[in-house]
Design a protein around this ligand. Sequence first.
Ligand code: IMP
Ligand code: MG
Length: 178
Amino acid sequence: MVDGEIDYILIDEKTLQKRVKELAQKITADYPDEESELVVIGILKGSVYFFADLTRQIERPLKVEFIAVSSYGNSSCSSGEVRLVKDTDETIRGKDVIIVEDIIDTGATLKYLAALLKARSPRSVKVCALLDKPARRQVAVSADYTGFEVPDKFIVGYGLDYAQKYRNLPYVAVLKNG
Ligand code: IMP
Ligand code: MG
């Protein structure tokens, strides 16, 4: 099923799943001490499918948490001002944290979240982003783990939305006129 507003499939399901597995393997290898407390924090709602697939393939103990943020302004044109809507349930002090994002666009969300979480004295903070759209960057931030670099188009699917639609597509696609 390709919706009428979808232009073309950018990353198919098989390619996505292969890359997610590779990222999970890297993370497993980078956190070998199973005694350390690893907290993987998904940013709602865009990261949920990626987050679920990724965490299930990280082969070590971890805890899952979720944060929700909202950027002022409308959905396709962010003002760069970010507001915390839902925080983690447990403290991250002294723990190893991985932030899981759907896409890094201007970088404003990630800059805000990294600063917020680092101020809480975790042992470490890393970022894992499924997609990176470097052409649009306004703030100098980058991910420690990146799935795919994408062109300057509006992307939907596998968690990413346009007006809350298309999140459940199993692939990543470019929206028409996006
Ligand atoms: P940033 O703060 O500009 O980096 O934007 C990050 C957030 O904007 C992401 O978590 C997405 O929710 C949203 N976003 C940015 N680009 C796209 C896109 O191409 N499609 C869907 N959502 C996007
Ligand atoms: Mg969104």
